[in-house]
Write a protein that binds this ligand. Structure first.
Ligand code: TEU
Ligand code: CA
Length: 558
């Protein structure tokens, strides 16, 4: 069995500061806003806050383009505010995990400004600068945010690599000076009391030497040359030696395209470099061959086989992170549940999944309220660079019908997750007394924290109950996972077992009754309800029963 450690038992809550709470009426969430809500988070019961970037940034990608790693963006407050925040958290027994964005910097970072000056700049090699191939870019890679991954720079007539926006040049991790600067900066934050890092696209830091093109097309996705590249393990091991091993830290690496085998190596109990990774396979169940924006209906069968693969793949070595949404993904209840008729039931069912699989649950702000996707009428109501670039490319270059493009944005756009946190039923959901930087979801009058706190049956209190249960029952953290009813069309069923105890988890992913075909092994055994999203348990559960729409039921069987 797995060694007992804090971060396995913890529940993490992600804050996207821009959209959490605005304390001064400028429409932008800030550190004082978070400070004022720490008691709310304490009531929920979470142990760790992962704070999305609050560093100095020109905000081309809302803070994921950092121009000074050691400064707080003035929109969010000051370093003194940050100190009040971390002290306030520690006083309440919570830990702070900061976002670490070191695959790239902002083009307004001092290193890049110096790098851009001349081919002889001592900073030139901090980034990937290459001459063009005639009038073509150095290779044919596309950026995650549409268009070429290369930007031409007049000054030296060369191109620099940016896997994300052109204001996010990629750092050259092959340069030891770059690595030292990053380690130094990490130690600086750790010495201030930070408890860990969430590492942004950390599996993109090593590129295939020579940066080869992919195929013969003018532009192509170059992922095979920078996702889990040749020196990734080496760099992460060095980072561990130079920084992580010297502190008590919790780490999670964001890794698009990571496989179970790679995750086993990276998070392995003995020789791994990070505690957890964010894998992306389950975030692709509703994408067709055309990628993210090619929205395709998903099936429980696919979602379950991915989660099952990760559960069993990391069972004896490594550790899973469990998430169904974050600041880059649509809202979980809209995507995997039902955000209208069964919003409350399906949000609780999905919460049950997150807290009863093996791994560390990550809650994204507003998830505990069952916040939903948003549908803005006009493209100019959206603010996300990925969405805006994609819209332009698809309508202007590919000639797609704007109405169809809007539909894919409704399903997948990142701003679904970024609308302001809904605190109460007042204007803008109580997020700001001014004008929010991104419009609120109009459903704030029904869906908000004040309502949730006053309703004992709310999604909020269900999360609170799950979190409390986890603290009291190590079986939820350490219990062995086993899948049942593997072919069932609607029900995801599994058991957890630990020290002679056994729990059954039954989750109906359908918005209708689903027949429950009790495994013969369970017949005749006694069962006790642990938690569920409907009040009662039909007593003949194990005879001939069915689960109700989006029903979640956790039972102890003896
Ligand atoms: O995201 C990395 C990533 O590849 C995707 O999640 C991507 O942002 C997009 O949603 C794919 O469709 C991380 C951050 O979480 C994201 O907010 C940043 O924009 C990105 O890195 C660049 O720093
Ligand atoms: Ca503010």
């Amino acid at each position: 069995g797995a060694k007992r450690t804090f971060w396995k038992e913890a529940v993490v809550y992600q804050i996207y500061p821009r959209s959490f709470h605005d304390s001064n009426g400028d429409g932008i969430g800030d550190l004082q806003g978070i400070i004022s809500k720490l008691d709310y988070l304490k009531t929920l019961g979470i142990d760790v806050i992962w704070l999305s970037p609050v560093y100095e940034s020109p905000n081309d990608d809302n803070g994921y383009d950092i121009s000074d790693y050691r400064a707080i963006h003035e929109e969010f407050g000051t370093l003194a505010d940050w100190e009040v925040l971390i002290d306030g958290m520690h006083a309440r027994g919570m830990k702070l995990v900061m976002d670490l964005v070191v695959n790239h910097t902002s083009d307004e970072h001092a290193w890049f400004a110096a790098s851009r000056e001349s081919v002889n700049s001592p900073y030139r090699d901090y980034y990937y600068w290459r001459p063009g191939r005639g009038d073509h870019e150095p290779n044919n890679w596309t950026s995650v945010f549409s268009g070429s991954a290369w930007q031409h720079d007049e000054r030296t007539d060369e191109y620099y690599l940016h896997l994300f926006s052109k204001k996010q040049p990629d750092l050259n991790w092959e340069n030891p000076r770059v690595r030292d600067e990053i380690y130094d900066m990490m130690r600086w934050w750790l010495n201030k009391g930070v408890d860990g890092f969430r590492m942004d696209v950390i599996n993109f830091i090593s590129k295939t030497p020579g940066l080869p093109s992919v195929g013969e097309e003018r532009y192509a996705w170059g992922g095979e040359h920078f996702m889990n590249g040749p020196h990734l393990t080496e760099h992460l091991q060095e980072l561990k030696r130079e920084v992580l091993d010297r502190y008590e830290v919790m780490t999670v690496g964001e890794m698009p395209g990571v496989t179970v085998e790679q995750a086993r190596e990276i998070t392995g109990e003995n020789h791994g470099s990070l505690n957890m990774v964010f894998q992306f396979e389950h975030m692709e169940v509703d994408s067709g061959a055309g990628g993210k924006w090619d929205v395709t209906p998903w099936k429980l069968h696919d979602l379950r086989s991915i989660l099952h693969k990760w559960q069993t793949g990391l069972a004896d070595s490594g550790w899973n992170s469990l998430y169904l949404n974050n600041h880059d993904q649509p809202r979980m209840v809209s995507r995997f549940g039902d955000d209208s008729a069964y919003r409350v039931q399906s949000a609780k069912m999905l919460a049950t999944l997150l807290h009863t699989l093996q791994g560390t649950p990550y809650i994204y702000q507003g998830e505990e309220l069952g916040m939903t996707n948003v549908r803005f009428d006009r493209i100019d109501q959206y603010k996300d660079i990925e969405t805006l670039n994609m819209y332009r490319e698809h309508t202007e270059q590919y000639g797609k019908d704007p109405a169809d493009v809007m539909k894919s944005i409704y399903a997948k756009g990142r701003d679904n997750a970024r609308t302001p946190m809904q605190w109460n039923a007042s204007l803008h959901g109580g997020f700001t007394s001014g004008t929010p930087w991104l419009e609120s979801n109009p459903n704030y009058s029904d869906i908000n924290a004040e309502q949730a706190l006053s309703d004992p049956d709310s999604i909020f209190y269900y999360y609170q109950a799950l979190i409390r249960l986890r603290k009291q029952n190590p079986i939820m953290v350490y219990g062995d996972y086993r899948l049942w009813l593997e072919e069932d069309e609607f029900i995801y069923a599994y058991t957890r077992s630990w020290e002679g105890k056994e729990w059954v988890v039954l989750l109906n992913f359908a918005g209708h009754d689903a027949a429950f075909h009790c495994p013969p092994e369970w017949k005749g055994r006694a069962f006790t309800r642990i938690i569920g999203n409907y009040e009662d348990v039909p007593f003949d559960m194990f005879a001939d029963a069915s689960l109700r729409p989006f029903e979640a039921l956790v039972l102890e069987i003896t």
